[in-house]
Design a binder for this molecule. Structure first.
Ligand code: FAD
Length: 459
């Protein structure tokens, strides 16, 4: 009898275009396993929103496997120990998995190789990190040349269909998903997320199909928070319910500027991974000049910032566009990209609070929280990254709000201001605010403070 083949799942919760599943299915009966190991990713264990999404995503995969008369085995504990235990119980010798690059996954991959025949495959990125390099053979640090080199290297993708799976003689024991308590109970804060998200490959494909109807406007609409103009594929991509190659291939049928820009946005995701491979501690360490330690307001150096982080988190800064974004995030686990930039910039420049506080909050509250993409974008906004916006380029939230026509978005997420019209909705006068808070700091004052803190930190 052929030995069972273990498929070790992580952020690759799909059957189609999943090389580990395809290779395992060709070699023997398949036992798919997900190990919940909360101790592994120190400081970056999944936050609340991701745990909620993970539950939905695993449930969807269980349904997909059931269509193939197969199962998902759930184990909790130390990753390497649990996989070795499963191999002993089932007589399996080979583990198939997609390659992942977060530092804790690289460590676990190394550990597992010492005990079992671990076969790793590419497939969660358009190109594996390191596939394109500069003329001198180094990995890229800057997005634009990375994007151009990647575009030149990508031809087209062969998308693998779902493999047919055969079952082992007996199924090993499994936890149940409910045992893992991934869902919030008291209080149940996930109502808004349930309304917004359906997890799993089928739901991702359905959403993507409707996005294809509007992709020709993506180049402009993606910047307008009041419009559903982006694909909302980010949690589906993060958990690997679809592969980026599936999206890329679907997009090759379209020639519009929107489709072209969409492909380059997908490459931001590859770029972020490429950065993390070079700088695994990017989510906790600034990478430009090292000046920024003296830049952020710090209670240890006598600054009074009591409560300001919380005011930002709760969407009560008095800047409607910032607060709308922070409330959308809290309610749905997602925030529009343009607004992410405005809200992040507000934290680091208007409030002069260390970008790592923002990274942590987003990590806990985003359903698409991603070790690489989150850190790369935070460091881009804060001017501390290897490729980043200059710190001294300070976004003006009120004019951004008008420019990107956020009135409808603000009315939805900041109902206290829904009665306002014209430019007042972007920047209400104090007597128009009712219960809505006054500005935590004036824009001009914040800008001057940020610029002078920057000059001091540099000196
Ligand atoms: P679309 O516009 O439809 O883009 C399609 C896909 O391309 C996205 O799903 C995403 O996978 C990728 N993509 C697009 N823009 C970026 C980008 N700037 N960086 C990396 N990938 C991108 N994205 C995450 O996936 N996880 C994060 O934790 C994350 N944190 C962020 C933090 C900050 C401060 C900022 C400014 C941006 C962050 N982003 C993050 C990037 C971006 O905001 C989201 O990927 C995007 O809003 C997701 O919505 P969408 O799927 O509709 O995007």
């Amino acid at each position: 009898m052929t030995k069972p083949q273990i498929v070790w799942l992580r952020r690759d919760l799909r059957l189609a275009d999943q090389r580990a599943f395809t290779a395992a299915a060709e070699a023997g009966p398949v036992i798919a396993v997900y190990v919940l190991d909360d101790a592994l990713a120190k400081g970056h264990a999944y936050g609340g929103a991701s745990r909620w999404y993970l539950h939905q995503s695993l449930e969807a995969l269980e349904r997909d496997l059931a269509r193939h008369h197969s199962r998902l085995i759930l184990r909790r504990g130390d990753t390497v120990e649990e996989l070795c235990k499963l191999a002993r119980e089932t007589g399996a010798e080979t583990v198939h998995a997609l390659r992942h690059y977060e530092p804790w996954w690289r460590k676990a991959q190394g550990g597992l190789k010492e005990h079992l025949d671990l076969r790793l495959y590419d497939g969660n990125y358009l190109l594996p990190p390191g596939a394109v390099t500069t003329g001198s053979g180094d990995p890229y640090k800057i997005y634009t040349p990375f994007m151009k080199a990647s575009l030149a290297a990508i031809d087209s993708f062969d998308i693998l269909p779902e493999p047919s799976l055969s079952a082992p003689g007996t199924w090993p024991a499994s936890d149940t998903l409910a045992d893992w308590n991934l869902l919030p109970t008291k209080p149940d804060w996930a109502g808004g997320m349930r309304e917004e998200w359906s997890a799993g490959t089928a739901a991702a494909m359905e959403r993507f199909e409707s996005f294809l109807d509007v992709v020709s406007n993506y180049d402009e609409d993606r910047n307008l928070p009041a419009i559903d103009g982006s694909s909302k594929m980010s949690p589906h991509l993060h958990f690997g319910e679809i592969s980026p190659a599936m999206l890329w291939q679907a997009m090759t049928r379209y020639t519009s500027e929107g489709a072209r820009i969409y492909r380059s946005e997908l490459l931001w995701r590859d770029y972020a991974q490429n950065v993390i491979c070079q700088f695994p501690d990017y989510p906790v360490k600034s990478y430009r000049d090292g000046y920024d330690d003296g830049l952020w307001r710090n209670p240890n150096r006598g600054h009074v910032i009591a409560g300001e982080l919380e005011v930002w988190q709760q969407g009560r800064t008095g800047y409607p566009i910032v607060d709308a974004g922070m409330r959308q995030l809290w309610h749905t686990g997602w925030m529009h990209n343009r607004v992410r930039m405005i809200a992040a910039s507000f934290l680091v420049k208007h409030l002069l609070i260390d970008w790592r506080e923002g990274e942590r909050w987003f990590w806990d509250t985003l359903v698409d929280a991603d070790y690489a993409s989150n850190a790369v974008n935070w460091q881009w906004v804060s001017g501390t990254g290897v490729d980043s916006n200059m710190f001294v380029r300070i976004m003006a939230p009120l004019s951004q709000s008008e420019k990107f026509d956020a009135a409808g978005y603000i009315r939805h997420w900041v109902p206290e201001l829904a009665h306002l019209t014209g430019s007042a909705i972007h920047d209400p006068a104090d007597d128009q605010r009712g219960d809505y808070p006054v500005k935590i700091i004036g824009h001009k004052e914040a800008r001057e403070r940020a610029l002078s803190a920057y000059r001091e930190a540099k000196d």
